[in-house]
Write a protein that binds this ligand. Structure first.
Ligand code: UDP
Ligand code: MG
Length: 325
């Protein structure tokens, strides 16, 4: 039986503090998988440097000198987590039979990797890592994540609850992922659309091993908003509904003012005019804003800009150079 080649894709942005530890832990995990004959020894750890400004790339280059399992991609600039991940997946699919994506900070518990690979052996092509509980997060992160999943469900977007980007995909699934040419990339929304046999593996989310989160509140909110607007036109519908409701309200108000005029009451005050003016004005602005958001998305998609640009590829060393492992 030929063993599958596994690539573990790790996007890294300013991760110098945690990277040496991550490389060690991931190498250990891969060693176990190879020794247990679950994956081929041609498997690799692929680190994608997402335009870091610190010594991240240096750590990757140095690790590769010592460790034949390490390979790397350096993006020309910071493209963002999702696009860095996409870059890694698209590169890895040329060599791998299955690909696991995970964060550099070891929050995605590497102990679960063998469970992913077992599922792959059972014939699953997409395996989602689902976190058991969120003890290690702050209450704010827990609350915001929960509201996010609820909102997405309401919007009709089929997200796997409590799954981030820790997942295994077969080469075939990643090839099809490449056919979704979306610039506004929201991987965890797209992957369920690919289909094939999909399953879940639970794991315990760890504390960030070192360094700080690269997702400040601002990035988190923009990520959530991107998620909603790239997958659902519901916000546009809600605004249209609001438009109808305000139309109804103004019909009632119009009838009232006409009747008042006919029965000869004095013109009612300035307040009601001002209130309705503001009310309708704000609804119009809101509607324009939401429509503008979608037009902006269309604008970005039709430009077909490349989602990322690769600067350097640290590919495999030639076989002769590889030490016996
Ligand atoms: N990341 C990236 N590009 C970015 C931001 C983050 O490649 O612009 C990587 C980061 O290095 C990490 C992963 O994405 O491996 C998740 O980021 P982080 O752990 O900071 O997010 P959190 O776990 O706090 O949500
Ligand atoms: Mg993290």
């Amino acid at each position: 039986m030929t063993l599958p080649i596994l690539y573990m894709v790790v996007p890294c942005y300013n991760e110098e503090e945690v990277l040496p530890l991550s490389i060690r832990k991931l190498t250990d995990a891969l060693t176990v998988l190879v020794q247990e004959q679950m994956v081929s020894s041609e498997s690799r750890l692929l680190f994608v440097d997402d335009g870091s400004r610190d010594a991240t790339w240096m750590h990757i280059v140095e690790a590769r000198e010592r460790n034949p399992w390490v390979s790397g991609l350096k993006l020309a600039r910071n493209a963002g987590h999702q696009k860095a991940l996409l870059a890694g997946l698209m590169y890895a699919k040329n060599f791998a039979d299955c690909i696991i994506s995970l964060d550099a900070d070891l929050q995605d518990d590497v102990a679960a990797v063998s469970a992913f690979v077992r599922k792959f052996h059972e014939g699953y092509e997409v395996v989602y890592g689902v976190r058991e509980c969120r003890d290690s997060d702050t209450w704010f992160k827990r609350w915001s994540a929960e509201s996010f999943y609820k909102l997405m469900r309401r919007m009709g977007i089929p997200l796997v609850f409590n799954h981030a980007d820790y997942r295994l995909m077969s080469r075939r699934a990643v090839e099809h992922l490449g056919e979704f040419h979306e610039v506004n990339l929201f991987l965890r929304g797209i992957v369920p659309l690919i289909g094939f046999r999909q399953t879940e593996v639970t794991y315990r989310r760890q504390e960030r091993a070192a360094g700080e989160s690269k997702y400040p509140l601002r990035k988190m909110l923009s990520f959530a908003w991107d998620g909603v607007t790239s997958f659902s036109i519901k916000p546009m519908r809600i605004v249209t509904m609001l438009g109808f409701i305000s139309l109804g309200a103004s019909a009632v108000a119009g009838a009232y003012s006409l009747i008042s005029k006919i029965v000869g009451q004095t013109v009612s005050g300035w307040t009601s005019i001002m209130l309705s003016l503001w009310f309708i004005g704000s609804i119009q602005l809101l509607a324009l804003g939401v429509i503008g958001e979608y037009i902006g998305k269309i604008y970005n998609e039709v430009k077909r800009r490349p989602p990322y640009i690769i600067d350097i590829v640290l590919a495999d060393k030639p076989a002769a150079e590889q030490p016996a492992w």
